[in-house]
Ligand binder design. Structure first.
Ligand SMILES: NC(=O)c1ccc[n+]([C@@H]2O[C@H](COP(=O)([O-])OP(=O)(O)OC[C@H]3O[C@@H](n4cnc5c(N)ncnc54)[C@H](O)[C@@H]3O)[C@@H](O)[C@H]2O)c1
Ligand SMILES: CC(C)[C@H](C(=O)O)[C@@H](O)C(=O)O
Ligand SMILES: [Mg+2]
Length: 350
């Protein structure tokens, strides 16, 4: 029996996850679903954004389908109680260091992209984001200097083992795609990035067939909108990957279109799958959220954790067919509700 943990979370999380679940159920794969509270929903119900029972459910499951966490009512809480700590806690507890964020333009979405159609059409990349280190997990705090000046700090660091294991995934992915790996850093300013670059260069000796390039993150942000077609696999740190992937989403039409897989090993066992977007409090409860990123995350779950490539392709083809047929939520310029978009994908599932 295969168990999928459903951690729907806050805001539009439960709305989009429900559609992804419907699609998984329709495939008749003999999956069992186990729901657990996470984020603000868990804080209000159980006093903690990642209660031990939820972590247990996540650890026991064969894979996790995650919605989103974040609730404006929690923004003033002590940090350890904030909803966002739940996703950070899961990534750390499960050792999910490799975050795959594919960005492709589905046919017909040229008009939704923020780029000119002929530029947008070329997007077909994966942003591989390191997920267990960087400034996210360094020492952090507030302090007050003797003169009363307040200071906040977050230490950025990577050790070479952390860089090497994500770089290996980057090279391996590039080998399975177009043999192009672009490592994005800020080595002109940051020692963390200099070590990152040195380690990536050392490793490249093992992958002579992969064309390795390096790009500073500010230039990468510019190149992503100038000519996204130049990228195949981008490998980068936690913070840069977070920012660049939101940016890439608008090149591909909408933040509601980009799925992700968070893996603890190249094989993908026990992964966590979630849209790259957040809980979108501005549209929560209105049926406006695009469920495609969540549905496509379910496809990634089948591919990477359950070894069900055929079923994954079926879901991706159904999303594509629904879009080609004109199915659109408001973010894509349409009027469909979240569940109508789910209906359209289900109807296209063959
Ligand atoms: N992994 C996660 O759980 C995750 C990811 C990002 C942000 N967050 C949290 O979500 C909350 C809101 O953050 P934010 O507003 O910066 O980012 P967001 O991604 O939630 O929303 C940004 C903008 O994109 C829109 N949007 C997002 N997803 C959409 C969808 N599926 N369909 C249509 N439109 C969509 C929103 O309406 C909003 O205008 C915060 O608490 C943040 O910390 C959580
Ligand atoms: C909610 C937040 C902690 C998270 C991140 O920064 O990783 C989000 O932006 C994401 O992209 O998954
Ligand atoms: Mg983000």
């Amino acid at each position: 029996m295969t168990t999928i943990a459903i951690l729907a979370g806050d805001g539009i999380g439960p709305e989009v996850t429900a559609q992804a679940r419907r699609v998984l159920e329709a495939l008749d794969l003999d999956l069992t679903f186990e729901d657990a509270l996470v984020g603000g929903a868990a804080y209000f119900a159980a006093g903690h954004p990642l209660p031990p029972e939820t972590l247990d459910v996540a650890k026991r499951a064969d894979a996790i389908l995650f919605g989103a966490v974040g609730d404006p009512r929690c923004d003033a809480l002590e940090r350890r109680f904030r909803p966002e700590q739940a996703i950070l806690g899961l990534r750390a507890a499960l050792g999910l260091f490799a975050n795959l964020r594919p960005a492709t333009l589905f046919p017909g979405l040229e008009d939704a992209s923020a780029l000119r159609p002929e530029v947008a059409r070329e997007i077909d990349m994966v942003i591989l984001r390191e997920l267990n280190g960087d400034v996210y997990f360094g020492e952090k705090g507030f302090r007050t200097a003797a003169n009363g000046t307040r200071e906040g700090y977050d230490v950025m660091s990577y050790n070479e083992a952390e860089v090497r294991r994500i770089a290996v995934v980057g090279f391996e992915m590039a080998k399975r795609r177009k043999n192009k790996l672009c490592s994005v850093d800020k080595a002109n300013v940051l020692e963390t990035s200099q070590l990152w670059r040195d380690v990536v260069v050392e490793l490249s000796a093992d992958y002579p067939e992969v064309a390795l390039t390096h790009m500073y993150v500010d230039n990468a942000a510019m190149q992503l909108v100038r000519n996204p077609g130049q990228f195949d696999v981008i490998v980068t740190g936690n913070l840069f990957g977070d920012i660049l992937s939101d940016q890439a989403s608008m090149c591909a039409g909408s933040i509601g279109m980009l799925p992700s897989a968070s893996l603890s090993a190249w094989s993908g066992a026990n992964g966590l799958y979630e849209p790259i977007h957040g809980s979108a409090p501005d549209i929560a409860g209105q049926g406006k959220a695009n469920p495609c990123a969540a549905i496509l995350s379910a496809a990634m779950l089948l591919r990477h954790s359950l070894n069900q490539e055929e079923a994954a392709l079926k879901i991706e083809a159904a999303v594509s067919a629904a879009l080609v047929a004109g199915a659109r939520t408001p973010d894509l310029g349409g009027t469909m509700t979240t569940s109508e978009m789910g209906d359209a994908v289900l109807a296209a599932l063959v």
